[in-house]
Write a protein that binds this ligand. Structure first.
Ligand SMILES: *Cc1c(COP(=O)(O)O)cnc(C)c1O
Length: 217
């Protein structure tokens, strides 16, 4: 199937209220252009240098989302243009994003990454760290970042009950925070293999790569 056909299938499977991030990491700009020509405007990348090259060379109405693990020393290269940072997983990273955003007179939207998987290879806050962070006066005073929600990745497993449980836990946490933080509107969960479960469990944003652009090496 073509990128166009893949996109049509996925769009049919997700409600209008759920934002589709087309994950184009490792894929060439010709692929992104094909999706763009079908109306797709939101793309996800996991390497700053690759994303910046694509941003420089492609239409300026594309929204670039950083979805991967982010090193602090790379933030400065994307602060000018990045639309949403999904993987904020430390207070120091949030602080650096605030600092770099200020240099460009921007407010950068961020999602806090929550560790929901049972496997311990993934990055993210646990519940206690998360509640501490959002209550911290120093961080509340940041003027150039806006925390708009949470992001999580389920365990890489065939056990779909476990995946569902992990997503449901993240949604509970999201609801808890939403009551206190008016900016909280985005729950980024679900990838090619599990996005339908994620949507059933309350996702508002899915990050889909291989089901659109084909598998990666
Ligand atoms: C690569 C990646 C995706 C997309 O994965 P697919 O299985 O190809 O849909 C989603 N989220 C993150 C954080 C990723 O790194």
């Amino acid at each position: 199937m073509s990128i166009k056909e893949n996109l049509l299938v996925i769009k049919k499977n997700i409600p209008d209220t759920v934002t589709l991030v087309a994950v184009s990491k490792t894929k060439p700009m010709t692929y992104i252009q094909e999706a763009y020509d079908e109306g797709q405007r939101v793309f996800g990348e996991n390497r700053v240098q690759e994303m910046t090259e694509k941003w420089e060379n492609m239409a300026k109405d594309i929204e670039w989302h950083m979805i991967g693990h982010l090193q602090r020393n790379k933030v400065k290269y994307m602060a000018e243009y990045v639309s949403l940072v999904h993987g904020v997983d430390s207070p120091r990273l949030l602080s650096e994003i605030n600092k770099q955003a200020e240099k460009h007179n921007r407010v950068i939207s961020c999602l806090l990454q929550v560790h929901i998987a049972e496997e311990d290879t993934k990055f993210g806050f646990n519940e206690e760290e998360l509640l501490d962070l959002v209550a911290n006066e120093e961080f509340k005073a940041f003027k150039n970042v806006k925390i708009v929600g949470l992001m999580g990745m389920a365990t890489f497993t065939d056990d779909m009950d476990q995946v569902r449980r992990e997503f449901a836990n993240l949604k509970l946490l999201f609801n808890k925070l939403k009551n206190n933080y008016t900016d909280f509107a985005t729950l980024s969960m679900g990838m090619s293999g599990d996005y339908q479960i994620a949507i059933e469990e309350g996702s508002t944003m899915v990050r889909i790569g291989s089901s659109i652009f084909g598998s990666r090496n």
